[in-house]
Design a protein around this ligand. Structure first.
Ligand code: AMP
Ligand code: ZN
Ligand code: FE
Ligand code: FE
Length: 282
């Protein structure tokens, strides 16, 4: 099984890098890429743990872009995690995430919802490589007893249109794609079905993304076929994975079940390798 979409505690996953590799290996994954939101902090530790376990890895990232006020997730594969431009860009993304979380906490306080934000604040101040986000606020709301679960936290307070929602600002999908390419990576439009608009999907890939995520737990058989056909028609590279966020995160059953065919992985790895070779050339 090849799984190129996994999260750790460096963003909103519940598994440490070591735990993630153990869980993936136990589920039958043999090749993996960790794709945390706006951080590559876990890539070295996942690589080391995978090597010890005899698994293959590819560097990965899932960057949040904004198109007309909506979040669009762009995956980057084979990026040079030491690239200074990429690192500075990701640091700015995380800073804007921190500012947004602080605004959300202010709104919750104004609504009279007190929560213990200390661990969240510690994460924001001490570990600047960590990408914070609404799921952590949701867990704090659950811990404070204001809502029964994370889904209810989003439904009542955190989702778009709810009272503690704070709009996000950020770069366009095309800009994010260019930054991934400049860092030696291959950019893929994540979980296109989430956009709910295939015209927009075609527009976004037409604006310079060379890959699309066809295999994802949100895609039923019909959607998988549809995006596979779109990829083949536009000669796009195909990516895929479980979007695992750790045990008890809701979708954990996809680990070991949703993955990428070997032929697609070979094509992605080829493109990433030739891009890396191109960057090394004078
Ligand atoms: P953020 O990056 O801070 O905007 O948080 C977005 C993340 O929250 C997504 O990647 C999902 O993992 C999670 N999320 C978004 N909407 C919901 C929802 N309705 N219920 C549970 N989790 C959600
Ligand atoms: Zn996530
Ligand atoms: Fe995503
Ligand atoms: Fe994801």
């Amino acid at each position: 099984m090849i799984d190129l979409h996994l999260h750790t505690t460096a963003s909103d996953g519940r598994s440490s890098p070591d735990a993630l590799v153990a869980e993936a290996a136990a589920a039958g994954v043999r090749t993996l890429a960790v794709t945390d939101h706006d951080t590559v902090e876990a890539v070295p530790a996942v690589g080391a743990a995978a090597e010890r376990a005899g698994l293959a890895t590819m560097a990965g990232i899932e960057i949040t872009a904004i198109h007309r006020g909506r979040d669009v997730h762009i995956l980057g594969y084979g990026v040079d995690v030491g690239d200074a431009n990429l690192r500075a860009f990701l640091a700015a993304q995380r800073q804007s995430r921190r500012a947004r979380v602080v605004s959300i906490l202010e709104r919750l306080a104004a609504l009279g919802l007190s929560i213990d934000a200390s661990s969240l604040m510690t994460a924001m101040i001490v570990d600047t490589g960590r990408a914070v986000g609404r799921p952590m606020v949701a867990r704090a709301l659950v811990a404070a007893g204001h809502v029964p679960d994370v889904a209810a936290a989003f439904d009542r307070y955190l989702a778009e249109g709810r009272p503690a929602f704070v709009p996000r600002v950020g770069p366009s999908p095309a800009e994010v794609g260019r930054r991934i390419v400049r860092a030696g990576g291959v950019a893929s439009l994540a979980h296109p079905a989430k956009l709910g608009d295939d015209e927009l999907v075609r527009t976004l890939v037409g604006e310079g993304l060379e890959a699309i995520e066809v295999y994802h737990p949100d895609h039923d058989e019909e959607a998988t076929k549809r995006y596979r056909a779109l990829a083949d028609a536009q000669d796009l590279i195909v990516t895929g994975g479980s979007d695992y966020h750790g045990p008890g995160s809701g979708r954990d059953s996809a680990l070991g079940r949703v993955g990428l065919p070997a032929a697609d992985y070979a094509r992605l790895a080829d493109r990433a390798a030739s891009r890396a070779a191109g960057r090394r050339a004078p």
